[in-house]
Design a protein around this ligand. Structure first.
Ligand SMILES: NC(=O)c1ccc[n+]([C@@H]2O[C@H](COP(=O)([O-])OP(=O)(O)OC[C@H]3O[C@@H](n4cnc5c(N)ncnc54)[C@H](OP(=O)(O)O)[C@@H]3O)[C@@H](O)[C@H]2O)c1
Length: 308
């Protein structure tokens, strides 16, 4: 919602050329905020697409605190997200992620930013033994230690991950971490953006809070049913083969974290849907923002990518 208080106020968005930052930038613009995106390459296609919709782009790097100081100067808010070593093609280490997250928070405090929103993950808050997940708990602790008004969101697994090209959907099959009868929570990236915009819009309500966020809870069988419906052809589901998780230590730990509930998620969906009525369930996401992604995944041939 466009509020008079948002006009003339700027929120700096990290990762705006990526999934979460992109959704946050779009939702903040829709609510009337000025948005400044810190980008590594202002002449790149994704940065230029941001400029085209009224986002100010400034050159910067998470590893360069001086560039962050310049970008945060005069800003009301900062949205903080970091790349992670567990992502496909990642060029960061776990220590980089923690260093980047700490630098954003410290610089925001130093610059007198009024509200910092840090995007963590659903598994934060306990030690999981998976290094690329435990980075989030370390950054959260850093954010809480500083003298800055902050909100921490812990998004569930992204719906977008389920339609990653090259994972076998073209052959009519999906494999993921949960059993066919076991529920796991998911969120549409678009909705992370909308929730973050709501958080910046109502600081009295959200400063000091840590919020687990999700839009739907789905078993493997539910995924198969919704994907079959949306694709117009049968998509079956199975848990990842036991041989794979036995060989791959991280995969085995991720499945165990689904089994003990920490990665499956424990958000109160009824309360979240009442608070954020726009939250998309998976079937609505497949018919809306996810339709193009599903179509791409159905066309892409299986390259053996394992979803995790
Ligand atoms: N996938 C899930 O289900 C899930 C769930 C919960 C949490 N998460 C967490 O989400 C985070 C990733 O978020 P995302 O998916 O939105 O990211 P993403 O789409 O992979 O985008 C990463 C963004 O970070 C920017 N970036 C990378 N290195 C940078 C640097 N050195 N300086 C400045 N910017 C830099 C990239 O910019 P360029 O355009 O310059 O590359 C890009 O905008 C990870 O920490 C992951 O653990 C993921």
């Amino acid at each position: 919602m466009v509020g008079v208080t948002n006009i003339n106020k700027t929120v700096v968005v990290l990762g705006a050329t990526g999934q979460q930052g992109g959704a946050v930038a779009a939702a903040l613009r829709a609510d009337g905020w000025g948005v400044r995106a810190v980008v590594r390459d202002p002449s790149g296609d994704r940065a230029r697409a941001l400029s085209a919709v009224g986002v100010e782009t400034v050159r910067g790097d998470l590893g360069d605190s001086e560039s962050l100081r310049a970008a945060f100067s005069g800003a009301h808010g900062v949205f903080s997200v970091q790349p992670n070593s567990g992502q496909a093609g990642a060029d960061v280490t776990n220590e980089d992620e923690v260093r980047f997250g700490a630098a954003v928070a410290e610089t925001a405090e130093h610059c007198g930013v009024a509200h910092l929103v840090y995007s963590s993950a659903v598994t934060a808050g306990s030690t999981t033994g998976v290094a690329h997940l435990d980075t989030k708990s370390r950054i959260e602790a850093h954010v809480r230690d500083l003298d800055i008004a902050g909100t921490i969101i812990r998004p569930a697994t992204f719906m977008e991950l389920l339609v990653t090209p090259g994972t076998g959907l073209d052959r009519g099959h999906l494999s993921f971490l949960m059993r066919p009868d076991q529920a796991m929570q998911f969120i549409a990236v678009r909705d992370i953006g909308r929730i973050v915009a709501a958080v910046f819009g109502s600081p009295d309500r959200y400063v000091g809070r840590t919020m687990e966020i999700a839009g739907d809870a789905l078993t493997g069988n539910d995924l198969a049913e919704h994907l079959t419906q949306a694709a117009g052809r049968t998509i079956s589901y199975s848990r990842l083969p036991a041989t794979l998780s036995a060989q791959d230590e991280v995969l085995g730990k991720l499945e165990a974290l689904v089994d003990d509930g920490r990665l499956a998620g424990n958000a109160n969906l009824d309360a979240l849907r009442a608070e954020f009525p726009f939250l998309l369930r998976f079937d609505r996401w497949l018919a809306g923002p996810g339709a193009v992604l599903l179509a791409e995944a159905l066309r892409a041939s299986d390259t053996g990518i394992v979803l995790r």
